[in-house]
Design a protein around this ligand. Structure first.
Ligand code: DQA
Length: 148
């Protein structure tokens, strides 16, 4: 069964709840994680929820996912706009990938308008707050069940 997914979170997302509430809302990282675990359980998905502030660790999470997970949901945070290494690692993962952003990166500073990963992922969600994670899990479930 294709039901193992990983949600990878990049730098500073561990500070959710404290950081820039006008962009990211008041949900904490722990609350977000619990919501994702609960939605995944409901849909019969096994999820791993990972976070790192270190670019190379995110590359390692992606590489380790190749033989371990059926889909990746990634909020690469600031590395979205800078990391060729994360883009290259995602290009090697030949299964569904969903790019996720809590805020609408296109309504923000110009340097956030460019994502280096959008053209190597299956699809993306942005600007819908913490709910974006739940929507991404539902979409990933459909992608893995070939219901999309
Ligand atoms: C973010 C948007 C990025 O531009 C920013 O650097 C983040 C979070 C989002 O979820 O909206 O850290 O990926």
């Amino acid at each position: 069964m294709n039901n193992n997914i990983i949600i990878i979170n990049g730098p500073n997302l561990n500070l959710l709840g404290d950081r820039e509430q006008s962009q990211y809302g008041s949900i904490t990282y722990e609350e977000l994680k619990l919501n994702c675990i609960s939605k995944s359980k409901e849909l019969g998905l096994n999820i791993e929820f990972a976070q790192s502030n270190i670019e190379g660790e995110i590359v390692n999470f992606i590489q380790d996912s190749i033989n371990k997970f059926d889909g990746i949901i990634i909020n690469a945070a600031a590395f979205t706009h800078t990391s060729i290494a994360i883009r290259d690692a995602l290009s090697v993962f030949k299964k569904p990938i969903i790019e996720l952003h809590i805020s609408n990166i296109y309504k923000r500073e110009k340097f956030r308008h460019k994502s280096l990963i959008s053209d190597v992922v299956t699809g993306g969600i942005f600007g819908l707050g913490g709910d974006g994670y739940i929507l991404a899990i539902i979409s990933m479930h459909k992608l893995l069940s070939n219901e999309n």
